[in-house]
Write a protein that binds this ligand. Structure first.
Ligand code: NAD
Length: 250
């Protein structure tokens, strides 16, 4: 198994890509902490993993709250004994916001999507140093590479921040054996906080802009995150992995 003996904390593990990563990591032998604001959904994922013979535990966490990060990391270490892998996946969408000039939306997007990643690394890295190293995978987006007409600019700013804070951390912690990389999904099933996706014509135009002509599947992103998290990526740090069906290659 590719993550045998590892302990992983996955934020936003209650739903979507985070839940898929939690299930995949557990199948690959990791003990998984599902950290999320959604208790009921997290516990469903925890139960699914247990039924399949894996190990998981729910940790309540709002990633924008530093005190909750302190508690969450200490809960993971007291429950599983150490921390090897952090997947900073929790996030909110920029497409649910109608007013692209909203300062409140800017603050919310930056707090959860960008500051949440900074705080996660800040509090996980000391534990990884104690464990002799680790791997951090930060989930950005194609929105960290290109602008889009249908999302609040704070989403692009937050995902661009994730891309660069990843490189800063990679450079600063390489000597401690901690690798830090970003994964950038393209068009995927809607987020819980996405706005309506528009009519059939706009859906068709969205898919037509993707060279592969289709949306990504949750497992296709989870497989990329698994690779980056695992020792198979042992000489890879500070890099960006686009999982976008060729969208940014055009
Ligand atoms: P999702 O909405 O299905 O899941 C996000 C999870 O994050 C939920 O479980 C939610 O409860 C949790 N979350 C939200 N705010 C939180 C907070 N403050 N603290 C803790 N948990 C919180 O979304 P998804 O599609 O699985 O997206 C996962 C990641 O991938 C996000 O960072 C998102 O920006 C990014 N992404 C999504 C898409 C897409 O099209 N779905 C594309 C590119 C990147």
């Amino acid at each position: 198994m590719r993550l045998e003996g590892k302990v992983a904390l996955i934020t936003g593990g209650a739903n979507g890509m985070g839940a898929e990563e939690a299930r995949l990591f557990a199948r690959e032998g990791a003990k998984v902490a599902i950290a999320d604001v959604r208790e009921e959904d997290s516990k469903k994922v925890e139960a699914e993993i247990a039924e399949a013979g894996g190990q998981a535990t729910f940790i309540p966490l709002d990633v924008s709250d530093e005190d909750q990060w302190v508690k969450a990391v200490s809960q993971v270490v007291s429950h599983f004994g150490k921390l090897d892998i952090l997947v900073n996946n929790a996030g909110i969408s920029g497409s649910g916001e109608k007013d692209f000039g909203s300062t409140e939306a800017w603050d919310r997007l930056m707090d959860i999507n960008a500051k949440g990643v900074f705080l996660g690394m800040k509090h996980a890295i000391p534990e990884m140093e104690k464990a002799g190293g680790g791997s951090i995978v930060n989930i950005s987006s194609i929105s960290g590479f290109v602008g889009q007409s249908y999302v609040h600019p704070g989403y692009n700013a937050s995902k661009g921040a994730v891309r660069l804070v990843t490189k800063a951390a990679a450079v600063q912690h390489a000597k401690s054996g901690i690798r830090v990389n970003s994964v950038h999904p393209g068009s995927m099933p809607a987020m819980l906080t996405s706005g309506p996706r528009g009519d059939a014509d706009s859906q068709e135009a969205r898919l037509a802009a993707i060279p592969m002509g289709r949306e990504g599947r949750l497992i296709e992103v989870a497989n990329a995150v698994l690779f980056m998290a695992s020792d198979e990526a042992s000489y890879i740090t500070g890099t960006e992995l686009l999982v976008d069906g060729g969208f940014t290659a055009r």
